[in-house]
Ligand binder design. Structure first.
Ligand code: AMP
Ligand code: MG
Length: 411
């Protein structure tokens, strides 16, 4: 792999290089529907049944034969047919059937006439208007035919997909093994929440962001905790993480000041590029190959770590997991409410709140302080304000691009 230690690399180039490097996991598993949530279909899912499974009435009304209507005589009601109870008796000629919505339409019926068009008398039922063959009868397979593909390969099973399979009586589904991801945070200053902070220490934020986002992506997570800035400890962590993960994700230690021994360590273990991304926040980022796994080195600053995970690691994991389609929401245009600080040179991902303005157009407001250590900017936001590399300060009322958060960031 080429090395990119010098100069800035664009986000798109970094993403393309990462995506080009990996191929989707191909191991499959057959799982009961209830445990397949969040996983990705290994192949197309075929409907074993017709939906609806039998001809049924779309209305409360009367099932009729067109030949009987042609006589112009009132038709006595021979029987009543309810949903869930097919007609058991014979249906004599020159009669009609009272039928309810969803009830099986008996063989021989040409149409169902809605009850509003029926005149009921002692002699039987007369019908107003022209009755078309097939009217108000839902045919078997009208919604889904047996043998039809209901889900393509590479579809993530969520609340829109699992109930569909349940409605077809499908009880098991073939899915791709989800990626196994090992994570750890690096830094002598880091302490897990729940312990008091000594002078100079801070709480480990990144592992919470990364672990949660991985869980939402359907990955299996191995959490190795906090690793000290010590070459032996780091080497042991990398070797353990690499042993049975598809992807190893660390945070911290990839910026210029610290990169030296992480860099020489990683270079002795595998082939890793240290990039300076032309984005703000989140400049340093490492990607490459360890003996058994892929490696993503996130920057230490929590906002940068979450942003680079979201923009680079999320698409990588989507590809590895075999998922088809875009992994990030489409960008939209919105009008800036208030000015936005920006220097030309890097693609800027400010955190913003978008909504629909009184004029019907989308508008977006910054969450305020955009420092890469200000994690609260994420919790208040519902989108990134994406400002082009060459752009400078944005004035109030100018058009900007926004990227709504997906579920990973609570969008
Ligand atoms: P580094 O890239 O290791 O030099 O870290 C850059 C900055 O991010 C430093 O201020 C670190 O203290 C901070 N940092 C690194 N890792 C974490 C973490 N897991 N949680 C919160 N802050 C972190
Ligand atoms: Mg550090």
């Amino acid at each position: 792999m080429e090395s990119f230690t010098a100069g800035l690399i664009s986000l798109e180039t970094a993403r393309e290089k990462m995506l080009a490097a990996v191929t989707p996991i191909s191991e499959t598993r057959r799982l009961p529907l209830a445990t397949a949530a969040g996983l990705v279909t290994a192949g197309p899912v075929i409907s074993p049944v017709n939906v609806p499974p039998f001809a049924n009435s779309a209305m409360d009304g009367y099932a009729v034969r067109l030949a009987d209507l042609a006589t112009g005589q009132p038709l006595p009601v021979a029987a009543k047919v309810f949903a869930g109870s097919p007609l058991a008796a014979d249906w004599p000629p020159a009669t009609c059937l009272r039928i309810m919505t969803g009830a099986p339409v008996p063989a021989g019926a040409d149409a169902v006439v809605m009850q509003e068009l029926a005149e009921v008398s002692e002699a039987g039922v007369r019908f107003q208007g022209v009755v078309q063959p097939g009217q108000n009868i839902r045919l078997p397979g009208e919604d889904i035919r047996a043998g039809a593909t209901v889900l393509a390969a590479g579809v993530r099973l969520g609340a829109a997909q699992l109930p569909l399979l349940a409605s077809l009586g499908v009880s098991e589904v073939e899915i791709l093994r989800p990626p196994r991801v090992a994570i750890f945070s690096t830094g002598d200053e880091l302490v897990p929440p729940g312990q008091p902070l000594a002078d100079g220490q801070i709480y480990d934020t990144n592992r919470f962001a990364v672990r949660l986002m991985l869980a939402q992506l359907g990955c299996e997570v191995q959490d190795l905790g906090i690793i000290r800035d010590d070459e032996t400890a780091l080497r042991a962590a990398f070797e353990r993480a690499d042993a049975d993960a598809d992807v190893v994700i660390s945070s911290g230690g990839v910026s210029v000041g610290e990169a030296d021994y992480t860099k020489s360590l990683l270079e002795s273990l595998g082939e890793v590029n240290f990039w300076k991304l032309a984005i703000k926040p989140g400049k340093p980022f490492a990607f490459g190959r360890l003996p058994n796994s892929w490696f993503c080195g996130l920057p230490g600053n929590p906002v940068s770590a979450a942003l680079t995970f979201y923009q680079l690691v999320q698409p990588l994991l989507a590809k590895l997991s075999g998922r088809q389609g875009p992994s990030l929401p489409p960008r939209l245009r919105a009008r800036a409410v208030g000015a936005l600080k920006k220097q030309p040179g890097r693609l800027d991902f400010q955190r913003g709140v978008f909504s629909r303005g009184a004029d019907g157009e989308l508008q977006v407001k910054s969450t305020g302080h955009q420092g890469s250590h200000v994690f609260s900017s994420f919790s208040q936001a519902n989108c990134f304000i994406v400002l082009e590399r060459e752009r400078g300060r944005v004035e109030d009322g100018e058009w900007v691009e926004i990227e709504p958060f997906n579920a990973l960031l609570g969008g």
